[in-house]
Write a protein that binds this ligand. Structure first.
Ligand code: DWN
Ligand code: ZN
Length: 400
């Protein structure tokens, strides 16, 4: 296949096997219609972009029934509130500034900019409706160069374009980068954040690899992708969110003083050999090792009649469960606060998803924290919950 960014010939270095749609939580009656594809990962030696081989049609993933709402995590609400204050202080000094968010989800970030000229773009219709209810001006579409022209005509150039955990979902990244460059003012800023490839490799957190995440970025790959569209990376920031992320700052303006921080991170990526295929071959071995150990842990519990429950029916858990072939014989159920996931089955492996119910739990039970990226928030919450008994199994970081 061809690299989505530079058209170089690439081939996969690993297969995670047959996968369903990661957020395709399904009712028993619909099981016959369940869709599967092969999840394989590639690394482009030319532009250094990590990507999956085949991505299902985006309309199969983002639609009128998308079950992920960012505001369900209090930690993430705080994260976006503090970022909003920082953006207002550093980048949007004028009250008539125009801010756009690509993939605004339920408005978790943009609701802080109601006093500004703003626009949220969210392809999942039900989630876009939530954003509108939260007072955010939202259109429900996929962003593209074509859409950038429509927005430009109607609203003019943007001072700031932001996205969180969205850019890595976009297969036609060149078209989107062209659209952003088209829409942004010369002195405007593009800021986006996504799970960081360096963390995935270091922590063996392969659960970040699923249909929606068509790319996993490093600073080097971001620089390579966006510079072709005159978007120059001038600053990066390490974040703790989603198991380790990176925030990227880009500008069209060429005269920017401080590239020091970008160069430093790119040098560190080279030291960690993120630009070399050998790293990904080792990553594959680490994933196989995780699979063996996790399966053993579950089999041992089964042999001792210990009940294992999943905590958080995350998109990420779809990769773990399907790659490791785990069904309800090994994990009896998964608890999740999301109404749209409850009383359905986990994609592919058909483990029941239920609302939290601690009435039957015992001290012996194990909870596999699939939402390990919210560890601090969840462990704090459960520490205060008198009904919570049982022990934690935290899959990542995985110590090889
Ligand atoms: O990139 C993406 C990220 C931002 O969000 C999307 N592709 C889809 C989604 O990924 P995810 O499903 O892996 O995200 P989370 O945030 O790890 O999902 C947490 C899940 O756990 C949600 O279903 C809500 C649930 N949850 C819970 O039951 N109790 C979460 C918290 C904090 C809780 O206390
Ligand atoms: Zn490439």
């Amino acid at each position: 296949m061809k690299c989505r960014v530079c058209n170089n010939e690439i081939s996969s270095f690993m297969s995670f096997g047959k996968m369903p749609i990661a957020n395709g939580f399904i009712k028993k009656k619909d099981l016959k219609k369940e869709y599967f594809y092969n999840l394989e990962t590639c690394f482009c030696d030319n532009c250094k972009v990590f990507q999956i081989k085949k991505q299902p049609d985006p309309k199969k993933m983002f639609h009128g029934n998308y079950p992920f709402f960012s505001s369900l995590s209090k930690g993430m609400v705080k994260h976006f509130n503090s970022l909003s204050a920082k953006i207002k202080k550093n980048f949007l000094k004028k009250s008539d500034s125009f801010i756009i968010e690509l993939g605004c989800n339920d408005g978790i970030f943009l609701k802080n900019f109601k006093d500004y000229k703003h626009l949220g773009i969210e392809p999942s219709r039900n989630v876009a409706r939530e954003a509108s209810k939260n007072g955010v001006k939202t259109i429900s579409e996929f962003f593209s160069y074509k859409l950038s022209n429509k927005i430009l005509k109607k609203n003019g150039n943007a001072d700031l374009i932001y996205s969180a955990n969205v850019m890595c979902h976009i297969p036609n990244i060149n078209d989107v980068a062209k659209g952003i460059s088209n829409l942004l003012k010369y002195r405007g800023v593009l800021i986006f954040e996504d799970p960081y490839l360096g963390d995935v490799i270091d922590k063996t957190s392969f659960d970040q690899i699923y249909d929606e995440h068509v790319f996993l970025f490093s600073a080097l790959s971001v620089k390579n992708i966006f510079s072709k569209f005159n978007l120059n990376l001038f600053k990066v920031e390490r974040l703790q969110t989603h198991g380790g992320s990176m925030r990227y700052y880009l500008r069209k303006e060429k005269k920017i003083k401080n590239y020091y921080n970008v160069n430093k991170i790119i040098i560190s990526e080279r030291k960690r050999k993120l630009h070399l295929m050998q790293t990904y071959i080792q990553f594959k071995k680490n994933c196989e090792n995780f699979k063996k150990n996790f399966k053993n842990f579950l089999l041992q519990n089964k042999s001792k009649n210990i009940n294992v429950i999943g905590y958080g029916a995350t998109s990420k858990s779809t990769t773990i469960l399907n790659y490791c072939n785990i069904n309800k014989d090994l994990i009896s159920q998964i608890f999740d606060i999301t109404k749209l996931k409850q009383n359905k089955l986990s994609p592919g492996t058909h483990i029941p998803i239920n609302n939290f119910d601690y009435n039957l739990n015992t001290k012996k039970d194990y909870y596999v924290l699939f939402a390990w990226n919210h560890k601090k928030e969840i462990l704090n919450k459960e520490l205060k919950n008198k009904k919570f008994r049982g022990k934690w199994y935290i899959p990542f970081p995985y110590n090889k």
